[in-house]
Design a protein around this ligand. Structure first.
Ligand SMILES: Nc1ncnc2c1ncn2[C@@H]1O[C@H](COP(=O)(O)OP(=O)(O)OP(=O)(O)O)[C@@H](O)[C@H]1O
Ligand SMILES: [Mg+2]
Length: 330
């Protein structure tokens, strides 16, 4: 029996395509290491994000290809690692690789809920994640992550930068960590924009794969400040299926397009309700709105989230549903 060589393994892996990028793993330089110990093969495949939804498919395809092309292999192991590629190179936060705004035109559609759960989902996959609560007048992150001004933000005596607070492995900054939540913020627009800017310039974010911005509703000062301060990797638009919300979502999406921020797509929240006792489905806010909007604007419908009291309870209790019930939202 001839010895298995690295070339044999590379040849086998060059038949496996990344389903998204439609090129093979070797050409894409994703095969980072191969160890051969007799008839045991261990290969390291580096993904572009630990949150790759197709990682199991890639892993299984690699194992199948090696077993098919190298039948003498007795044990085949694929170790998936990830190195997040950054598209948001900026001097203000040099360690932050990607910046994502969660936005909508309309209030109360679930931006903060989506931002919090998206962050937790990414962190659970192994990514380094932070959230900037850009809603200066109505911050939601303190409640959603069970943190407030009493947790005491710390300032580095040398750099004078603030250390973000941490919850469920996510770094967070919010105006609600600086003032008590009984008192409203009564500031003029420029002060609110100034606060958002400082959340970027005066906070020690360190190394992050994804920094998520939970935006207030609308297309005002805060949104403009954000797009003018740093290059955003992209934006996600949240809407509910009803017409009122769709009109505002369209405005939100167009604003990002106008300033050349790519829109990843639309998330339709509160899409339907399944009655727990009967299992009947109710389209409380109408149906198909998100898909219609995505088609009309040549965007993508990224997903639909049902109305589920557990989503609200999780947000109110400081434990978003992806943390509290990770298997409920797949
Ligand atoms: N899919 C859902 N099922 C049940 N409750 C939800 C769902 N999505 C959001 N909620 C609840 O609806 C309320 C509004 O959601 P959220 O605060 O995320 O909206 P928002 O768009 O950030 O609002 P604002 O414009 O005020 O910032 C919250 O109480 C939240 O828990
Ligand atoms: Mg909000």
């Amino acid at each position: 029996m001839s010895q298995i060589t690295k070339d044999d393994v590379i040849k086998a892996l060059s038949t496996v395509d990344d389903p998204d990028l439609k090129r093979d793993l070797v050409t894409l330089n994703m095969v980072k290491g191969i160890i051969i110990d007799g008839t045991k093969i261990i290969a390291e495949v580096e993904l572009t994000t630990p949150a790759c939804p197709l990682k199991d498919v890639i892993k299984n395809n690699c194992i199948a290809a090696i077993k098919r092309d190298i039948p003498e292999a007795t044990i085949v192991e694929i170790n998936l690692t990830a190195s997040v590629s950054g598209k948001s190179k900026n001097d203000i936060m040099p360690g932050v690789k990607n910046t994502i705004a969660v936005a909508s035109g309309k209030g109360g559609v679930g931006k903060s809920t989506v931002a919090a759960n998206l962050a937790i989902a990414l962190a659970r996959e192994g990514a380094k994640v932070g959230i900037i609560d850009a809603d200066i007048y109505g911050p939601s992150m303190p409640l959603m992550f069970g943190l407030n001004h009493k947790n005491g933000l710390q300032q580095d005596p040398e750099t004078k930068k603030l250390a973000p607070l941490e919850s469920y492995g996510i770094k967070l900054i919010s105006i609600g960590f600086m003032i008590d939540d009984e008192n409203p913020v009564i500031w003029r627009g420029p002060m609110a924009s100034g606060a958002l800017k400082q959340f970027m310039t005066d906070v020690n974010w360190g190394e992050l794969d994804y920094l998520i911005y939970d935006l207030p509703p609308g297309t005002g000062d805060i949104q403009l400040t954000l797009v003018q301060t740093i290059p955003l990797t992209g934006a996600v638009i949240v809407t509910t299926p009803q017409e009122m919300s769709l009109i505002d979502a369209k405005k939100g999406l167009k604003m990002f397009e106008r300033v050349n921020v790519p829109v990843f797509g639309i998330i339709e929240n509160m899409s339907y309700f399944i009655a727990p006792d009967t299992g009947n489905k109710y389209d409380i806010f109408g149906t198909g709105g998100g898909e219609k909007l995505a088609n009309e604007l040549d965007s993508k419908l990224l997903g639909c989230i049902p109305i589920d009291p557990r989503i609200r309870e999780g947000g109110d209790a400081g434990k978003p549903i992806v943390e509290a019930l990770p298997d409920s939202v797949k």
